[in-house]
Design a protein around this ligand. Sequence first.
Ligand code: XUL
Ligand code: CO
Length: 431
Amino acid sequence: MTDFFRDAAPVRYDPDAMGLAFRHYNPDEIVMGKRMEEHMRFAVAFWHSFAWPGGDPFGGQTFERPWFGDTMDLAKLKADVAFEMFDLLDVPFFCWHDADIRPEGDSFAESQRNFEEIVDYLIGKMERSKTRVLWGTANLFSHRRFMSGAATNPDPEIFAWSVATVKNCMDATHKMGGENYVLWGGREGYETLLNTDLKRERQQAGRFLQMAVEYKHKIGFKGAILVEPKPQEPSKHQYDYDVATVYGFLKEFGLEDEVQMNIEQGHAILAGHSFEHELALAASLGIFGSIDMNRNDYQSGWDTDQFPNNVPEVAMAYYEVLKAGGFTTGGTNFDAKLRRQSLDPIDLIAGHAGAMDVCARGFKAAAAMLEDGGLENLRQARYAGWDAPEAQALLTSDFDSIAAQVVADGINPQPRSGRQEILENLVNRFV
Ligand code: XUL
Ligand code: CO
């Protein structure tokens, strides 16, 4: 045991508690026939909680953590503290990048040795804890070698380095029993067309993803490969802008049946969409996988990665998740960081515990809305005209026939209310 969380007690479900407790997240509560824990599948993001120093564009490190530094001993201390937090929160999953968990070496081979040693150390910790890997991923964006991208880099050596890195991270995810492997296209985009061959870069990215899928099958990894869209930041123009853009990309490279989406709330907002739009679109395309649950500040307009705190928003997101059939390999990853003034160990616990409770409350509201059926009934009623055989026949007809029919039948459509206010009032009964 380390003494980092010496002032923290395990967070448990107790609706009447005065202190830190779950008031809505009861892992054993049955909602729509399943335990809450199995529905929500909460995960801690290793990077924000244990590797991020608290910097922003105007200032550096604010957090002082006893594990900050570049040695293997410190990496192990970081892992020890992480698992202590997982246990305090009783959280079933965590997610990692290679760079979060191991110190960078002086060569690829040294980084790989560090990584393999830490992966084995984490596996040892997992044997004594309930917490498992929701997903692993490679950090192909922080080190200066990736400043012009990874797979899309003009330098083929960076492409090769990136392939080797993802191979190692996929091997580790597989070895740790991870349920998914994520690719977020950190710097897979560009700053200016003046120095960019956009066509070539997209082809490199497509081949890279094809090879990742080929490798998944080669090693027998049964988890899902997930792409995480984001419209900009760090790159000005990002190739994996949003769900629709990524779907087009997957189709182009024949990967639409192999790759699903990890959809992040903050990224959806940056793309000018709502979170539920991205979720509903992915579900309708059959590529919904997992979520990064955070929130962005609506005024500052950049990726502030805050813990979720808005129950109605979260409810509408889980409504779409539930309509999509819920999570299979995916889950709710808190890709969220503390505010940089939140210095104390207890802030980390409070951030996660509060987020889990907000999600649980929103999730239960979503389940209640679905079980009530009022929303879905009104939605279906709106399209009821399409159930008639003559309406369905329109979809197999052609322009000439339909145009002739409009004249012959004297069709004269009458507008009908979209009932938005009634629907919003209905939602308000649950959230
Ligand atoms: C960046 C982001 C990443 C991915 C994993 O905005 O969301 O942390 O989730 O690389
Ligand atoms: Co994310």
